[in-house]
Design a protein around this ligand. Sequence first.
Ligand SMILES: O=C(O)CCC(=O)C(=O)O
Ligand SMILES: [Fe+2]
Length: 530
Amino acid sequence: MSSSVPSSPSLKLRSLPIIDISPWIHPVEDHHRGHNGGRRSTSAALHAACLTYGFFYLDISSYASQEEMDELASFARQFFALPQDEKEKLGLANQDGARGTHVHDPGLPVSPHFCNIDPNIGYQRLRENVTNNKADNHEGLDFYAPVANPDKTKPLQGENQWPSDDVVPGFQDKYSRWIEKMKVLGMIVMEAMSVGLGMTQEECDDLKSKVDDSFWVMRVIGYPPLPNNYDGYSCGAHKDYGCLTFLYTDPTPNALEVFLPQHGILDDAATTPIPSSAAVGLAPSAASALINGNDYRLGKSAGLDGDKSEIPKDEGGKNGVWINVDPLPGCVVCNVGEMWEIWTNGLYKSTLHRVIHRGSNYRVSTPFFFEPNFNAHVVPLPAALRLQKDSIQPAYAYTPHTPHITLPHCHHEGPAETLTQRLKEVIAEQKGRSSPVMSDASSASHAMSEDDADSDKATAGWTSVRSSLSASSGDLRSSHSPFHSHTPLTHAHTAYTPLSVERRYDPVVYGEFLLKKVANNFGTGKGKYD
Ligand SMILES: O=C(O)CCC(=O)C(=O)O
Ligand SMILES: [Fe+2]
């Protein structure tokens, strides 16, 4: 219970950053921040969040209404409330038993349709998915980007199985519209991130060509409460393997947890190691919804609220901390997947996360995975290699023997150059204290120090994205979320250390990587998240 976890200043967290995407969608001339200043601030915020956490809240309240998002949950709930037989009809493209067996929990009844032409597409029963050798306490429904001229005997080329309008009226229409919207959002965020990385026009175009026919996945997940003493999780610890995840969930708190691997990223913890024994539990969860001093927790779940004491504490490694990432109104939780890790040669990390849902309600979540094109060659980007050469290194590079620099009040409300300037000053200060490991301050040029011309050029290559945005965003709202109206990034607490490039990441072809990682797990005892 919470009382048994000693409170420690080193566990005082605020929250993941909240980044408003509206400056990219509605750029305005800003006298304080200069031409494209709002956009560049958003880009800088994305860059900082990806360096430091790999996770952030994306405020999309100017792009999707709360009502629109809540409908996703309500359709999901209607689907999962169907009789089991009805649910199992989906995804069963072939009922002749041709494709072996599912990974199956012996505690559950055997499905009458014990076969599935493509186990990745369609409905997945409760505890059918296995992560880290443990059955996940969730059920799910997966939709994949349709393939032109599909060979339905090949993994991931089967047809999407939509609940029919007779069964859940409006489901397909609702989710189809959401998918289109998320695809556009994916391109917008990619654009903003490419500017954050300081990419040239040509580099931007090249990156765009890797994601403009995204092999996306829409997953609809239902989580009954985790039974006491259950040997497993609602969803075991994993990294997302793709590009960008946009996660909308119902308001259930205390479910999604994100692993922050070291203490350089915790407030008030710049020099105090976190005792691993205290690294999990209630302090982070209690603090994770504190934003600008306000408590946005969405109410406590009933039952064993927050008591996760039976859960292994060191799942992600012993020097980190699991924090709760509770949903916020107007926001999706966004994280970068392993493809971004390769693109940035490890600057942006794909962060471990898991779900432990102990509340008494049935939780639904609807992650959209914006992935590269199936045939995309994913190779470390020159822009990221330049940053590494210029000695900008993310917090993850921290080691106990390396003095590190924190930027505790980096709000990104001013021009991006302010961040660069502040970074240089801090590095210079650290140098003044004769740190033996600091690199030359002059090399600490941040991605956002690129000149305006380059930045504008980079932006221009994405015009078509914006036109498709206006086409698909009939319900754009001009109002901002009341929770964080004018602050694109409320908290970016980034620790920079000198460069130490350990390795060059191996390139992959996304589709091949996906097939190895996910699709070919069928029948192997591994699941979607392994
Ligand atoms: O349900 C959630 O909150 C997270 C699900 C997730 O991490 C995933 O599907 O990859
Ligand atoms: Fe995930």
